[in-house]
Design a protein around this ligand. Structure first.
Ligand code: BES
Ligand code: MN
Ligand code: ZN
Length: 496
């Protein structure tokens, strides 16, 4: 999908289609009224005849309106002004995309200021229209043998804005394009099956991302390197796997070397069988998505690099499978993490925290200004919050508040759970410094408590994306979340 800016007056639109909004009841937007005048009242007489109320999401395509140069006019209903909100705005964009896909139009022109949305400025409207359209355009058919069906529908959308708004509008388009490119990469990695998307494949993807890019640098540690660094916890998860684990560090340098980087640490379990604490069979295929945290880190770095932002970011990805095997870790085994703390592994299915703790200790080497880890960590996050927000917990009020705000801004929401000391008791072990599970209660919180023991040296937030990283059922597939949130946060941290 391509996006551009247009500055022509509405009555002089050319090209395949012009999109005009209609509010309830049958009220043409200002631009619509001007076009109506130019075509001598065709639009208003169609509306008067009752062909369209202007209900939210309703569409009416008028091919060839006499008096207009544009080939088609698409009327899109916006409902009542008082009902307009962020979700309804996105519904309007989706309705427009569907109607255009059914028409022959390959390009269209849209007037974002036609939709009145309280508290949201022009760049917001452009960013979200572009993101919605680009995301609805996403297909994953690289593993189907047939030729992909020829994509019909919209290829190019022009946003019509005043010349005075051009600079802001252009920046919004650039941000949306970067975020959607990052989301596509994250979705592709997530959707790839685990026999293709191995730890080695993720490392290769990071290398490809950096190749030829001046500001990106990759370093991949193999298991021998991890052993030297005493990452006993990470290595205990890969012990049962024939696929060698990788620890990937992808550095983006867009500011002076002395500027501390934002560190993103993403869980990269390319398949989670549970290990010796084997998972039940139902829907186990979905555990190929257990590397979506890692995918969101690579996707965010792709977006940051595409925008060439003046900031430093480091992405750290521990990548491994979690498999049962003769050499696999067993319940009761005790390992020593890179931090020196010992861990009694009571359940090998709580493997995410075991790879993250060593990656979080490693992240400290980069002297980060803050660390955000992203992980499909606990089924309990879905029980607590469903599939609407990701869960956030951490040790720094300012960081958490900033992330929550960015989540609202970019419609990639998160909700905080308490990381109170009382919960730490659930991790007591009779034989080691801590156990890797904390019982049935508050599973998302005790997982974060475990991580908190490795993040004392820096500002840290943890995102549990178990409910938001992919969809199940008919729409099964990776969502690309939280690439929008992470990118928005990095944008918000750029010095003016
Ligand atoms: N990857 C899973 C978490 C998960 C499960 C995400 C289902 C999305 C859907 C994680 O490694 C895991 O198995 N967690 C266990 C932790 C438990 C053993 C303490 C869980 O949530 O059951
Ligand atoms: Mn698990
Ligand atoms: Zn897992």
């Amino acid at each position: 999908m391509e996006f551009s800016l247009k500055h022509n007056t509405p009555e002089n639109a050319r090209g395949a289609c012009q999109v005009l909004t209609v509010g309830q009841a049958r009220k043409l937007s200002k631009n619509g009224q001007r076009v109506d005048k130019a075509c001598k009242g065709v639009l208003s007489s169609v509306l008067k005849r009752g062909d369209m109320e202007g209900r939210l999401g309703q569409t009416l395509l008028l091919p060839q309106v006499p008096g207009l140069a544009v080939q088609r006019v698409l009327l899109v209903g916006c409902g009542k002004d008082s009902d307009m909100n962020e979700r309804n705005y996105i519904r309007i964009i989706n309705a427009m995309a569907r109607a255009l896909a059914d028409s022959g139009a390959r390009d269209a022109e849209f007037y974002p200021e036609d939709v009145k949305l309280k508290g949201r400025d022009l760049p917001w409207k452009i960013r979200h229209a572009a993101l919605t359209l680009a995301n609805s355009d996403y297909r994953f058919d690289q593993l189907k043998s047939g030729k992909p069906e020829r994509a019909r529908g919209l290829r190019k959308l022009g946003f019509n804005v005043t010349r005075g708004d051009a600079a802001r509008a252009r920046q919004a388009i650039e941000q949306a394009s970067a975020i959607s490119a990052g989301m596509s990469l994250a979705r592709d990695l997530g959707n790839l099956p685990a026999n293709v998307c191995t730890p080695g494949h993720i490392a290769k993807t990071a290398r490809q991302l950096a190749s030829g890019e001046k500001r990106l640098r990759v370093n991949v540690l193999d298991e021998a390197d991890m052993k030297k660094l005493k990452m006993g916890s990470l290595l205990s998860v890969s012990a049962g796997s024939r696929q060698p684990a990788k620890l990937i560090a992808l550095e983006y340098r867009g500011a002076a070397a002395k500027e501390q980087p934002i560190a993103l640490v993403g869980k990269g379990v390319t398949f989670d069988t549970g290990g010796i604490s084997l998972k039940p069979g139902a829907a186990m295929d979905e555990m190929k998505f257990d590397m979506c945290g890692a995918a969101s880190v690579l996707g965010t770095l792709k977006a940051v690099n595409q925008m060439q932002l003046p900031i430093n970011v480091v992405g750290i990805v521990p990548a491994t499978e979690n498999m049962p095997d003769g050499l696999a870790t067993k319940p009761g085994d005790i390992v020593t993490s890179m931090s020196g703390q010992t861990i009694e592994i009571l359940n090998t299915d709580a493997e995410g925290r075991l790879i993250l703790c060593d990656a979080l200790t490693y992240a400290g080497k980069f002297k980060p200004r803050c660390v955000i880890d992203i992980a499909t960590l606990t089924g309990a996050a879905i029980i607590a919050l469903g599939k609407v927000p990701s869960a956030v917990l951490g040790n720094d009020r300012g960081l958490i508040d900033a992330l929550i705000k960015c989540g609202h801004q970019i419609e990639d929401k998160i909700w905080e759970l308490p990381l109170w000391d009382e919960y730490q008791d659930q991790l007591k072990s009779n034989f080691a410094d801590m156990a890797n599970i904390g019982g049935r209660d508050a599973g998302t919180i005790t997982a974060a408590c475990f991580l908190s023991r490795f993040t004392k040296d820096y500002k840290w937030a943890h995102l549990d994306i178990a409910g938001t990283a992919w969809k199940s059922g008919e729409d099964k597939g990776a969502t690309g979340r939280p690439v929008p949130l992470l990118t928005q946060y990095i944008l918000s941290q750029i010095k003016p």
